[in-house]
Design a protein around this ligand. Structure first.
Ligand SMILES: Cc1cc2nc3c(=O)[nH]c(=O)nc-3n(C[C@H](O)[C@H](O)[C@H](O)COP(=O)(O)OP(=O)(O)OC[C@H]3O[C@@H](n4cnc5c(N)ncnc54)[C@H](O)[C@@H]3O)c2cc1C
Ligand code: SF4
Ligand code: SF4
Length: 405
């Protein structure tokens, strides 16, 4: 299904040149000419207002030439010094996918896309965490995250490198970028995935995510378009163990920007006064459920979490009651956590809640009901009233800390 230019209709307006995400249209004698590497994405066809570009023989749905695409690319989020945890988790997952590809006789590289300014030795760290190759865009324009030019940069990189799979964290940045990029690259996107695997028969990416309000897990594939794009929830994939001796390559790429690309202008940045909830990164979490009775009940849990240096989490029931903000919710429709220690207070342990805590190393439950599902999911259970147990626990921890200081 090749794409053809009807010279007689082409006015030389160049709109298609700007629209092609793979930069394979050039102008020759004021007529558009397609260069090798066209993926049949169709972006130029939609853009041309004169009907001068069409598919030669379009008889069905649009299919790109998927054979042109190779490797897994991961967009790296960072704070200019260190890569975010979810980006390292994605590199770990990409490594696993590459291993699966190679078992199927298809060698694939894991590439990290690192965009920013004065990025130190972050590229080496990404190699140590599983990347085979790091594409570095090091330019002052990218010092602060901006939707417009970051989108352009990743579209350009994907246009040149043609990755088979392109992954983002399901974070504010990832959720901002991925749909724009998918739309520009004319491909699909599965948001908020909790599992990724390679289909044994067809070698395509199977992307699993909760759907219909979390009542169902669905698996989505994007067989005909590339890259196969997904955002992945923080905390659900495992990091590749850091290997400082791992060998990888680095490549500096320059992004073509002109002043029209800067749609957003940042005037000032102000620190938020709201305490940021970092449940995904927390080593210890104290969480409260419906059993805490009210907002005051959660305050008692806060004394324990302060003593432990822990983050405060909650079940959906506590969030729905309005006792605590939604950013504290843990579970299928909340956050997925993997702390060393999870203390569930007055939480029954519904399937939806357990889905978010199953990767915790150690679970302690405090519950009046010995038949509550959380009891069988936990390593240690205190059967009893949390309003009696939590203050005692807090005092014991304080005493222990004093003794061992
Ligand atoms: C589509 C969908 C998505 C969902 N997503 C989530 C999600 O992301 N996260 C989530 O948490 N839920 C989620 N839920 C809701 C979930 O099904 C449960 O309703 C919810 O987890 C129950 O919260 P809970 O355990 O706090 O409350 P309850 O089930 O009411 O349990 C309260 C527990 O507290 C104990 N208790 C009471 N008093 C005390 C006391 N004084 N001391 C100690 N223990 C006490 C009780 O024995 C009981 O076990 C979802 C549901 C649906 C349908
Ligand atoms: S958009 Fe259409 S008319 Fe304009 S240069 Fe491209 S093919 Fe020609
Ligand atoms: S890659 Fe897409 S936009 Fe570029 S020439 Fe081919 S069909 Fe047109």
């Amino acid at each position: 299904m090749p794409v053809i230019v009807h010279e007689e209709k082409c006015t030389g307006c160049k709109l298609c040149v700007a629209a092609c995400p793979y930069t394979v249209i050039s102008m020759q004698e004021e007529k558009a000419v397609l260069l090798p590497g066209c993926t049949y994405c169709g972006a130029c066809i939609d853009t041309c207002e004169f009907g001068a570009i069409t598919f030669e023989d379009f008889q069905g749905r649009l299919c790109m030439d998927v054979a042109l695409f190779k490797g897994t690319h991961v967009f790296i989020e960072h704070d200019n010094q260190t890569a975010s945890k979810v980006s390292l988790e994605l590199l770990g997952k990409a490594r696993g996918l590459a291993d699966e590809f190679s078992r199927q006789g298809k060698d694939q590289l894991v590439t990290a896309i690192l965009i920013g300014y004065e990025l130190g030795d972050m590229a080496d760290e990404l190699i140590a965490y599983g990347a085979d190759h790091v594409i570095v865009v090091n330019d002052e324009s990218f010092k602060m995250y901006r939707t417009d030019i970051y989108t352009k940069a990743i579209v350009q990189i994907a246009g040149v490198k043609k990755p088979e799979i392109l992954l983002f964290g399901a974070t504010a940045q990832g959720r901002d970028l991925a749909p724009r990029i998918a739309s520009r690259l004319r491909t699909g996107l599965t948001a908020d995935c909790t599992a990724l695997e390679i289909c044994k028969d067809e070698g395509i990416l199977l992307q699993t995510k909760p759907a219909f309000g979390g009542n169902m897990m669905v698996t989505i594939a994007c067989p005909d378009n590339r890259p196969q794009m997904a955002t992945v929830r923080p905390g659900v994939m495992k990091k590749y163990p850091r290997d400082p001796d791992k060998i990888g390559t680095k490549e500096v790429m320059k992004i073509d920007l002109d002043e029209n690309d800067f749609i957003i202008h940042i005037r000032d940045i102000m620190a938020s006064t709201k305490k940021h909830v970092k449940l995904e990164d927390a080593e210890i979490i104290v969480a409260g459920g419906h059993g805490v009775n009210n907002q005051q009940g959660l305050k008692i849990l806060e004394t324990l979490s302060d003593e432990l240096g822990a983050e405060l989490g909650a079940s959906r029931a506590a969030v729905d009651e309005g006792w605590i903000g939604q950013d504290h919710q843990i579970g299928q429709t909340g956050k997925t956590v993997q702390p060393d220690l999870y203390i569930a207070c007055g939480i029954s342990g519904s399937l939806q809640h357990l889905a978010g805590i199953s990767q915790s190393k150690y679970i302690i439950a405090i519950n009046t009901d010995r038949k509550a599902p959380i009891v069988s999911a936990s390593d240690v259970t205190f059967i009893g009233d949390l309003f009696q147990i939590v203050p005692v626990l807090k005092d014991k921890i304080r005493e222990y800390k004093k003794r061992t200081d």
